[in-house]
Design a protein around this ligand. Structure first.
Ligand code: AR6
Length: 175
C-alpha cells in the first residue's frame, strides 16, 4: 500500500473514492462538505437523503457511501467526525472510527484508491497533529487486511500538509 500526501482540493482529484467530512444530517454544510455537494450536485444530495430516510442520521464515527455525482471520482464516502470541544480519548477513538468505517466501506466496494481529507480539523477543531497521527496510524493498522493500491491524504491547508509530511518522515527515519 502506497501512502501519499498531497496538498489539493479533494473535489478535483480522480480516484475510486473520496471521503467527505460530513455532519450527521448528511445534507451538506461548509468546508470540504460544502465543496463536495456544490461540485458533485444533486445526485449526491438525493443519495444522502435516501440513506437518511432509510436508516436515520449518520452517527459520529460512522460512514455511508454514495455516488460522486459530477465529481471526477466514482464514489463519495461520507463520514462524521467528532467535534473536539474539550477533547479526550473518546474523541480520538471516534476519529479513528471514521477512518476504520470508511475503509470497511471501501473494502466492500472493492475500492483500490481512496483519498481522505483531514477529517474534523476544520470547523470541528480537532488538533491537527493529533488528528494526522490518528489518521496515519488507523490506515496503517489495516494494511494487512486489504491491499489498497494507494491511500491519499489530501491536505487543503499548509499546516496539515506539513504535519503529515513531518509524521511520515519521522516514521521513516525510525524504521
Ligand atoms: N478539499 C480538501 N480539504 C478541504 C477542502 C477541500 N475542498 N475544504 C476544506 N478542507 P471541515 P470538519 C479541509 O471544516 O472539521 C462542515 O460544515 C480543511 O482545511 O471541512 O470535519 C460539515 O457539514 C480541514 O483541514 O470539516 C460539518 O458540519 C478539513 O478539510 C463540519 O463542517 C476538515 O475541515 C465538519 O467539520
Amino acid at each position: 500500500m502506497k501512502l501519499k500526501i498531497i496538498q489539493a482540493d479533494i473535489t478535483t482529484i480522480k480516484v475510486d473514492a473520496i471521503v467527505n467530512a460530513a455532519n450527521s444530517s448528511l445534507l451538506g454544510g461548509s468546508g470540504v462538505d460544502g465543496a463536495i455537494h456544490r461540485k458533485g450536485g444533486l445526485e449526491i444530495l438525493n443519495a444522502c437523503r435516501a440513506i437518511i430516510s432509510k436508516q436515520g442520521k449518520c452517527k459520529v464515527g460512522e460512514a455511508v457511501i454514495t455516488t460522486a455525482g459530477n465529481l471526477p471520482s466514482q464514489f463519495v464516502i461520507h463520514t462524521v467526525g467528532p467535534v473536539w470541544n474539550q477533547g479526550g480519548i473518546e474523541k480520538e477513538q471516534l476519529l479513528a472510527n471514521c477512518y476504520t468505517n470508511s475503509i470497511a466501506l471501501a473494502i466492500e466496494n472493492e475500492i483500490k484508491i481512496i483519498a481522505f481529507p483531514n477529517i474534523s480539523t476544520g470547523i470541528y477543531k480537532f488538533p491537527k497533529e493529533l488528528a494526522a497521527r490518528i489518521a496515519i496510524q488507523t490506515v496503517r493498522n489495516h494494511k494487512d487486511a486489504y491491499k489498497f493500491k494507494e491511500v491519499i491524504f489530501v491536505c487543503f491547508d499548509l499546516e496539515n500538509f506539513e504535519c503529515y509530511k513531518k509524521i511520515i518522515k519521522n516514521d521513516e527515519n525510525k524504521s
